[in-house]
Write a protein that binds this ligand. Sequence first.
Ligand code: GLC
Length: 468
Amino acid sequence: MWRGVHTRLGLKKGRTNVKHRALLVAAALVGATTLAVSLSVAAAGTAPAKQTSPAGTSATAPPKVPNAAAIKAKYHGQKITFVGDSVGGLHARDLALASRFKKDTGITVNVVPHPTASDASFAQLARNFSSKSSSFDVMMVDVVWPGAFAPYLVNLKPKLGKASKAHVAGIVQNDTIGGKLVAMPWFGDYGILYYRTDLLKKYGYSAPPKTWSQLFQMAAKIQAGERKSNDSFYGFVFQGNSYEGLTCDALEWIASAGGGHYIDNGKVTIKNKNAQKILDGFRTNLDKISPKNVTTFQEDQTQTAFTTGNAAFARNWPYMYANATKSDSKVAGKFNVTVLPHGAKGPSVGTVGGWQLAVSKYSKHKDAAIEFVRYATSAPVETWNATQWSLVPTRVAVAKNKAVVKTNPYLKPAIASVPRVTRPAKYLKGKYNSGSKVIYQGINEILRGTPAKNVLPSIESKLKRLLR
Ligand code: GLC
């Protein structure tokens, strides 16, 4: 059992108090956060989006804390630690929120950025919970974790249940385990394609690619052309490192090529011809369109390549939009976003990502921590998150707000209504991190040169073992 618990959270045996192990029940992860179902892809051309918008690190100050006086009267002087963001400059966002919260309520928020890879962040929290540590009070929780971490998280329903009703129902459902609201939706995510409008025009293209084959061709042509004057130029950058991000990217390739979602209806489906074909397509085209070390790229490396003007296409989450429009970006006014391409046998899709805020049940300041979560997930902060940092609102009304949509073109129906695909957390439950590791390690091996047919059988058998 001891070993089982640790394996379940993907932990190595360590200095751990094991009494709490029974808490780690295999809570079901709903996972399927389908925000929209229909596919309506409007023609996206080579005109850059009007980029009046998200300010990123030069963001305006965060909104004031609603009901601050009452919070101050009760919790003034308490100190909490928030395990927050580290990707794309979002640590600055967390510091700004913490500072405003302290000013208004007298509660100090110590912000600790989590590891940049989501799976490493999972491991950090898993160790923390396993040792029943009270050092973290509030933490960012990836959309694929509520099932695994539910036993360690405070039920937010009594205090935030009412507020949760304003958020997208599918995400609230994802964050509700065994009837308990173990995390509060904070911002959503889905994969989108960023493309250089100036370069498309220069190379004679009137629209971004609709299929992966078109992307391979266009990226190869633009890369070959731009290389003449820029050694560091690449056609396409994405999250190719052996980590959680690759599980997200490859899900988009495979699902959009009719190859399923790794696990479908409880059965492992990864070993199939459509998946093999698209994965080999990426493998064989890679050296013509991507840097060799794209197999080590996470979100930050993708962003650097794109915002320094060294990539024609990038797959990333919406947060990059703000950073690419900032004054220090070399591509401000020269890019646009659209849905990801699709394969021969499927539609364009976007992997569901996103983050929630949760409170540790080992926290010594749960009430103050909950007030911070209430503030950070409030409508004014979600609006600020969207307009200043280009983060996808989880509050339905904020996502529809005209000012928000204006600064975040990926919220327009043509992009936002692309079918969302979910990682297999609802099947793997507490073993999700281990299952995802099997997937991203295998796919990274394919990208590094091994034909898919030699790798898919072992991904299949390892996933089957985990499902048993
Ligand atoms: C983004 C997504 C998250 C995903 C991660 C992978 O942060 O929101 O769900 O796990 O990227 O890198």
